[in-house]
Ligand binder design. Structure first.
Ligand SMILES: NC(=O)c1ccc[n+]([C@@H]2O[C@H](COP(=O)([O-])OP(=O)(O)OC[C@H]3O[C@@H](n4cnc5c(N)ncnc54)[C@H](O)[C@@H]3O)[C@@H](O)[C@H]2O)c1
Length: 232
């Protein structure tokens, strides 16, 4: 029987590429988003707010009804509000925290029971901004650091039934905006990242035969940028 996955933020960008990769790997995928895209064979779009408890509980029910359970949850939905902290409204802070970090707690609360039954796994998308910052990104950085910590906490609590890992992407190009030669060259890997670079890692982590001994870990997929010393 085909394995089943739920991917949040699957309407565009990295989440869309992850959902497509999983379908190509033979999975059936529930693609949740505030603005769900079009479906396809084995790809089922559903409108849901990943940071809202009622919506996540509804996603658990939808996965039960449609698939009879879940083998994988990818907590990918994420937003950034870039503003000086002195101007960052409390509501804006809370919206970023709910979408990026509380969503992973809600997955633990409402989706982990399904994963436990199938000995499945959970993958969260953090960011290299968990470890380094540009100005005016406090809410985003805090949530991404929180995801890295919540990943090992969940791995310890949900093991040995459920493996829990996170990925910290660097610059992943998700729009049609042109990139410069310098954009690519500054990366030790020689190029800016692509959504498929993240999807490839998630495909690996989701495969019990390949990643069965991997849990509680953070995987940096950034073309080497966080290892590069800059004095300019
Ligand atoms: N693109 C990058 O360079 C990069 C780097 C590091 C980390 N990330 C992380 O990767 C993840 C995906 O980023 P992306 O660049 O593809 O973003 P994106 O903005 O291109 O797509 C995000 C998707 O999530 C959806 N979404 C937003 N809030 C939601 C919510 N509350 N519930 C459900 N869906 C919601 C949006 O509608 C959109 O379809 C995010 O967690 C982001 O922080 C991205």
């Amino acid at each position: 029987m085909a394995k089943t996955a739920l991917v949040t933020g699957a309407g565009r960008g990295i989440g869309r590429a992850v959902a497509a990769r999983l379908v190509a790997d033979g999975w059936r995928v529930l693609a949740a988003d505030l603005e769900p895209g079009t479906g396809g064979e084995d790809l089922y779009p559903v409108r849901a707010d990943a940071g809202d408890e009622a919506d996540v509980a509804r996603l658990a029910q939808e996965a039960e009804d449609r698939f009879g359970g879940l083998d994988l949850v990818v907590c990918n939905a994420g937003i950034m509000v870039r503003k000086p902290v002195t101007e960052l409204a409390f509501d804006e802070w809370r919206r970023v925290v709910d979408t990026n970090l509380t969503a992973l707690y809600l997955a633990g609360r409402h989706l982990a029971p399904l994963l436990r039954r199938r000995k499945g796994s959970l993958v969260a998308v953090a960011s290299t901004r968990a470890h380094m910052s540009e100005p005016d990104t406090e809410a985003y950085a805090a949530t991404k650091g929180g995801i890295v910590a919540l990943t090992h906490a969940l791995a310890v609590s949900l093991g040995p039934d459920v493996r829990v890992n996170c990925i910290s992407p660097g610059w992943i190009h998700t729009s049609d905006e042109p990139l410069s030669v310098a954009d690519h060259r500054q990366h030790p890997a020689g190029r800016v990242g692509r959504p498929d670079d993240v999807a490839e890692m998630i495909s690996f982590l989701a495969d019990e035969r390949k990643a069965g001994f991997v849990t509680g870990a953070e995987f940096v997929v950034d073309g080497g940028m966080t290892r590069k010393m800059i004095y300019v």
